[in-house]
Design a protein. Structure first.
Lengths: 124, 492
């Protein structure tokens, strides 16, 4: 996949966020369908009531975030990190892994030293 | 319209595992072939409370690869989480790089085969968009032959967290053959740079391809498909040729190419749809909060650049210039750094580089393949070859015997002189001894002798063969020819 097309969701979200601040406050910034989509990506099953509740809550959060736009950030460097640190490295040295029994301790269905997982793809 | 009327547009995404001893974010070993789930720790599994710490060597190797691929190295780079659910990814996210990769804007020059023997070799530059660092996923063993037919799968997380680079090319590739040549060039360059062992069969090098067609002359790209599961260099060409033909047929029938991921099925020689567009991945990248950014200094980058060896294409051109080798020989000998070093060490000690090249491309390569060895594992070293060439030049051994001596040197690691002495392989250059043998053979074969006297030149070949067999190849061929002519006609 090309880099540009890699993240269609992010592009859509960016477009959404670009809605001018003057937009009517009542307008939904995130639709019920988008909430369903995000829930599916996160493997969450939501009841109809939860969908309504989360859509309302997420819109409230987005509105709160919109308030930050009132600030003039022209002179502020974009930042992804809160701590002013960089280049935290470890040397390339092998250290003992964990015993396999411990690694598999929480596996619901260990088999022959592997994690056994249910069917990955449904037959068409 | 025929496939020739379409322009094929291809871009490759190549993943290569880096040669670090330990994983990207923890101290677990990266060694291949261990018992399942024995190179795993809580960091690998993403258990609550763990923190990844970046392996400095992996960053160095990624920068090294970027420099070898003519990239700009970012002074500021960061890691991001790529979120998706798949059983081979225990954390449910992969630590990768999204908008600020370590390396950008590179290129690789590939050597295209000349149109015919007399045309000059052509090269083409394939652009590289980016090279970024990320972690490897685990390995799934399916309960039946195909993933779709499998009731369950078994997960081995030994590979999880091994450092990978992903190299994304520009859509500059215009044929399945160019795609293979590009992938092979990448492999050679990464091997020279010493950052990956690039073994496609062990999965340490993987190639995914994006391919689309457009009518020749069109400027807009057609709809592309992504081809996965390509498991050899040969398959790159086969899979893309198949897919180009398939797309051409879809378009010719008035249909539309569906943007989708397709898997190459090596056994049946076809590509099959994997996931359709509505399932298109939405990875929701965000900055990895457990890691801090990487800032590279100019000095560090320049130090790494200075430590890079002469790269394959440059070396290939120098071999042609300095040793007068044909382009074909130069390309073959520079495929690996070890072979190129071997050649140069021998060629430096011998006045005929082409002879050295012939032995290396012929018998040496064949023997390595037969015994499953790499150049570095060979007991036969450049000095052995030079010693043997000296014996040939002095006329001590014939070219035919040399083949035996070469194989013996390869197997035992002894030098040529010792082998010739021990096995009594010295060439018979004694006229008297050879005359005796030849007379006996002529006497035993009156008919061919008669044929030769009647002017049938071919009969001479028969006698040469007989003499060589009798002397186990130890006779000097020029002398045999001379004596045969003399003795066959002597009776007349
Ligand atoms: Zn680990």
């Amino acid at each position: 996949m090309g880099d540009q097309e890699r993240n269609p969701g992010a592009a859509a979200a960016a477009k959404e966020a670009a809605v001018p601040a003057e937009a009517p406050a009542a307008a939904s910034r995130i639709s019920a369908a988008e909430v369903e989509h995000v829930a599916r990506l996160a493997r969450l099953e939501l009841s109809p009531e939860e969908k309504v509740r989360f859509t309302t809550q997420l819109n409230a959060i987005l509105e709160a975030v919109d308030k930050l736009k009132a600030l003039d950030t022209a002179q502020v460097e974009p930042t992804a990190y809160a701590v002013p640190m960089q280049n935290v490295f470890r040397p390339d040295q092998v250290r003992p892994s964990w015993p396999r029994e411990k690694i598999l301790q929480n596996a619901p269905e260990p088999q022959d030293g592997y994690f056994r997982v249910p069917r990955i793809m449904e037959e068409e | 319209m025929p496939l020739e009327d379409y322009e094929i547009v291809i871009g490759l995404e190549v993943h290569a595992e880096l040669l670090t001893e330990s994983k990207l974010f923890c101290g677990c070993s990266t060694k291949f072939g261990a018992e399942p789930n024995t190179h795993v720790c809580p960091v690998c599994l993403g258990l609550p409370g763990v923190l990844p710490v970046l392996n400095e060597k992996a960053v160095e190797y990624a920068v090294r690869a970027g420099l070898a691929l003519n990239c700009e190295i970012a002074s500021f780079s960061k890691f991001d989480r790529k979120n998706y659910f798949y059983p081979d990814l225990p954390k449910a996210y992969q630590i990768s790089q999204y908008d600020l990769p370590l390396c950008r804007n590179g290129w690789v020059e590939i050597a295209l085969p000349p149109a015919d023997e007399n045309s000059p070799a052509r090269t083409k530059r394939i652009g590289i968009i980016r090279v970024h660092l990320e972690e490897e996923a685990g390995k799934s063993v399916h309960s039946s032959e195909t993933i779709v037919g499998s009731e369950y799968s078994l997960e081995d997380y030994n590979r999880v967290g091994i450092p990978l680079i992903e190299i994304v090319s520009k859509p500059d590739i215009r044929s399945p053959q160019e795609a293979r040549l590009y992938a092979e060039s990448l492999r050679t360059i990464l091997l020279y740079a010493g950052v990956s062992d690039c073994k496609m069969e062990e999965g340490s090098l993987r190639v995914d391809a994006n391919i689309s067609l457009r009518p020749r002359g069109a400027t807009e790209f057609g709809t592309r498909t992504e081809i996965k599961n390509i498991n050899s260099f040969r398959s790159i060409e086969r899979a893309l040729a198949y897919e180009a033909a398939r797309q051409a047929q879809v378009l010719d029938e008035g249909g539309q190419v569906v943007q989708e991921t397709r898997a190459w099925d090596e056994l049946h020689g076809v590509t099959v749809a994997m996931r359709s567009k509505e399932e298109a991945q939405d990875y929701r990248y965000f900055p990895e909060p457990d890691l801090v950014p990487v800032v590279t200094s100019r000095e560090w980058v320049e130090k790494i650049r200075a430590s890079l060896p002469e790269l394959p294409l440059a070396r290939q051109e120098r071999f042609q210039r300095q040793y007068g080798l044909p382009a074909y020989d130069a390309a073959l000998l520079t495929e690996t750094r070890d072979m190129a070093d071997f050649f140069e060490e021998a060629a430096r000690q011998w006045h005929d580089p082409k002879a050295v090249a012939n032995w290396l491309m012929g018998d040496f390569t064949r023997l390595l393949k037969e015994h499953g060895l790499e150049v570095s594992q060979s007991r036969l070293r450049p000095g052995h070859l030079v010693g043997m060439l000296k014996l040939m030049e002095k006329g001590v051994i014939s070219g035919k015997i040399a083949k035996t001596v070469f194989e013996e040197m390869f197997l035992s690691g002894q030098d040529a002189e010792q082998i010739v002495k021990d096995k009594g392989l010295v060439q018979i250059a004694d006229t008297g001894e050879l005359e005796g043998i030849i007379q006996r053979i002529i006497a035993a074969n009156p008919q061919p002798a008669e044929d030769f006297r009647k002017g049938k030149e071919k009969a001479l070949g028969f006698f040469v063969g007989q003499v060589m067999r009798e002397t186990k190849g130890r006779a000097n061929p020029a002398l045999v020819n001379e004596l045969l002519r003399k003795l066959l006609t002597a009776g007349q």
